[in-house]
Design a protein around this ligand. Structure first.
Ligand code: GCB
Length: 607
């Protein structure tokens, strides 16, 4: 059969992984070089034979590693290569070897020893290909070459638009790639590259979903295998101590767990060690006398929603969280385990119970961490700020959702899918477009609600009608009625009630925020000062409190924009990036972090 799973590569008795992370060679094509590297077949030899190469770290964005303005604004093909060895005992038809990329932004072509082995479009999501022993060398180094193109179009998610500027003030061939989103267009090999092995007959995919009835948990499971002989699949669910609490000898079925330990958000348990309880689903495939073993962490929890409620394990859940970014100095959007740990320590310090993966899927390592800590996730795909709704875009967007759900479907932390952030959803074409997007998402997963994050006027919006839960971004007293914080409470309530009453769905306020330069103070508060950010938040809290205590509507959450300052394109409304963080880009608290901390701890006592 055709491989369709994208399980995270994990070592086991039957599987090995080998990282290709480290220092690679790098070469950018000259500006507007018209596919020079492909035409000259740079993949057929070490890059250093084709011209000057630079050092490049993998994983990392490539933009901030040089001091070059052109590199920062580069649009087009860049090339990476390195040598690698394959262990001699991998040279057997008893094993399969896969090459897996966790994220390359945006478009990638991969060659091994000069042969094109795979390509992928779309950042933030993994892709892989099998390498046969005949494609590899076991007695000398192998060459891997990756070309990466960051050009966005009307058919990519997100969208971008190349414009050549002409006129006497412009030099020849002056062009820009414009976009409508508010984060820097980092590009490159953003997450790990690994080789991993499986036995010839192997576990391709695992799908689980859980329900809870009283004290009993149930896990429905499906195991997909690729095997040539008669395959026998068995599964065993082990608790944290390693005891088997349920098992089955079948490729699909339901496990019943009496007195199940539930997966709880960490703010909803009194003992923090009870948060995010994970069992291990041990899956064994036997073909002849060869086994493949894969262990997947699973949580038992229920997610339920109606037009008036949202619950986790049958308790109302109120989202107290953030919008975020994968963003840091130097590495850009490159995966960084140090930052991952620091951020989640800060998130727990603030007492946030949730966040949205604005505006693209975050790393698999991060998803492991939130599963383990009991932090709740609204999982967003890369469709940010869509402006034109053509058939090419629809196809790309659906493919991204398929890959996202395939990757994250088993995560207990993920309680909702977000199909888009701030599309021009008052456009008449948005109606059919989003009807299809929502249908497609539900065809892949019915166990979680689907939301869309809107910034339209409730009366003209064409997409909210399809959502289970409506999410709203709004910046009263910032982008509209700027500085007039005395209107905030009234404005937030008036508008939120319109959304809730028009659509009869739960509402989450997914963004509000004010750019704040850390260390800038005034009394009384002025735009951009720490005092203003605090005042602005307090006015929002008044509105949120009135709405969450109003039992005739379902106001189910507040998420501030943003967890930390982050890099954006250069524009005059940004002072070296977006400063709406409650932490600075280097993760130091502004006054607002302390204010939010006292609120989120109070909220945690109530829910
Ligand atoms: C928004 C966007 C977010 C921006 C934010 C802002 O509505 O969803 O990506 O960064 O506003 O600060 O303008």
């Amino acid at each position: 059969g055709q491989k369709k799973g994208i399980l995270y590569p994990r070592d086991s008795e039957s599987r090995q992984t080998k990282t290709l992370d480290g220092i690679w060679n790098f070469r950018a094509e000259p500006k507007l070089a018209q596919d020079l590297g492909i035409n000259q077949e740079w993949f057929n030899q070490p890059l250093e034979k084709t011209g000057d190469v630079e050092l490049m770290a993998v994983p990392s964005s490539y933009q901030d590693l040089s001091n070059d303005r052109e590199r920062m604004n580069y649009i087009g093909w860049v090339w990476y290569d390195r040598e690698f060895w394959v262990p001699i005992d991998w040279n057997t038809t008893e094993r399969r070897i896969f090459l897996r990329f966790s994220s390359v932004n945006y478009y990638a072509i991969v060659w091994v020893n000069g042969a094109r082995v795979t390509e992928h479009q779309g950042g933030h999501l993994p892709f892989e290909t099998e390498l046969t022993p005949s494609q590899l060398r076991f007695d000398q180094p192998n060459l891997i070459t990756v070309s990466v193109n960051n050009t966005l179009t009307a058919d990519t998610v997100p969208q971008g638009f190349l414009t050549f500027k002409t006129g006497e003030q412009y030099p020849p061939n002056h062009f820009i790639m414009s976009d409508n989103f508010d984060f820097f267009k980092y590009a490159g090999i953003h997450r790990s590259v690994v080789l991993y092995t499986t036995p010839r007959n192997f576990i391709d995919d695992i799908t689980v979903s859980s329900t809870v009835t009283g004290t009993t948990g149930q896990i429905a499971f499906t195991i997909d295998t690729i095997s040539e002989g008669t395959a026998a699949v068995s599964v065993a669910l082990r608790d944290k101590e390693g005891n088997v609490v349920a098992q089955a000898a079948a490729a699909s079925g339901t496990l019943t767990i009496p007195n199940a330990k539930l997966w709880w958000p960490y703010t909803m348990v009194s003992n923090v060690t009870d948060a995010g309880y994970l069992y291990t689903l041990e899956v064994i495939l036997n073909v002849g006398n060869v086994q493949d073993i894969y262990r997947l962490k699973v949580g038992i929890r229920s997610v339920k929603w109606t037009d008036t409620s949202f619950t986790i394990n049958d308790r109302p859940f109120y989202f107290a969280g953030f919008g975020r970014h994968e963003d840091f100095y130097i590495r850009g959007r490159g995966f960084d385990p140090v930052l991952l740990v620091k951020d989640h320590n800060l998130i727990k310090w603030v007492g946030a119970n949730s966040y949205r993966t604005t505006h693209y899927p975050y790393s698999e390592e991060l998803m492991d961490v939130v599963d383990q800590l009991g932090i709740v996730i609204i999982d967003e795909c890369s469709a940010v700020s869509l402006t034109e709704f053509g058939p090419g875009l629809l196809e790309t967007h659906k493919r991204e959702l398929t890959q996202l759900i395939n990757r994250d479907k088993n995560r207990p932390s993920v309680v909702m899918w977000s199909v888009a952030n701030e599309p021009r959803s008052e456009d008449p074409n948005a109606e059919n477009y989003f009807r299809e997007i929502f249908q497609h998402t539900r065809s892949l997963d019915l166990s979680r609600p689907v939301t869309i994050v809107l910034f339209t006027n409730y009366a003209n919006d064409k997409a909210a009608q399809f959502a289970d839960i409506v999410s709203l971004n709004r910046y009263h007293a910032w982008y509209s009625d700027e500085s007039e914080i005395d209107i905030v409470e009234t404005a937030v309530k008036a508008e939120s009630y319109h959304w809730m009453n028009t659509y009869n769905k739960p509402l989450i306020y997914t963004e509000y925020g004010a750019d704040t330069i850390a260390g800038m103070h005034t009394s009384p508060s002025w735009l951009f000062t720490e005092e203003f950010q605090e005042d602005y938040m307090r006015e929002h809290f008044k509105a949120f409190d009135k709405m969450r205590y109003n039992s005739s509507v379902a106001f189910i959450g507040e998420m501030i924009w943003n967890f930390a300052d982050f890099m954006t394109k250069q524009e005059i409304k940004r002072v070296v990036g977006n400063k709406k963080g409650i932490f600075t880009r280097d993760r130091q608290p502004k006054a607002s972090a302390h204010l939010l901390r006292s609120r989120y701890h109070l909220l945690a006592n109530e829910y």
